[in-house]
Write a protein of this length. Structure first.
Length: 94
């Protein structure tokens, strides 16, 4: 662990592979999706989470497979569950 700013800036810290390529989401960071009610934030986050968890493209951006944690701070549990069921059903999972 560096002991000073000078040591830190001189240290060679390898960059891990991006989660969403082109620098849209890199490891050790998080993404927050904000918007007005009814702007499809939940659907966007579910699609993004699914793509990253599977290592599949998202909106024409390649992704590297990674663990995903979605935190829903807006919808009641029953509504979030309903949307997840719809998404899974369209993929033949549930």
């Amino acid at each position: 662990m560096p002991t000073s700013a000078q040591h830190f800036i001189l240290e060679n810290i390898p960059r891990p592979p991006e989660i969403i390529k082109n620098g849209l989401l890199v490891p050790e960071t998080w993404m927050m999706i904000l918007g007005d009610e009814g702007t499809r934030k939940t659907w966007l986050s579910l699609e993004l989470g699914w793509a990253v968890s599977q290592g599949k493209p998202f909106l024409n951006y390649d992704t590297n497979k990674n663990k995903v944690l979605l935190i829903n701070a807006e919808l009641p549990a029953f509504e979030y569950q309903k949307r997840m069921r719809i998404m899974f059903r369209t993929r033949g999972i549930a």
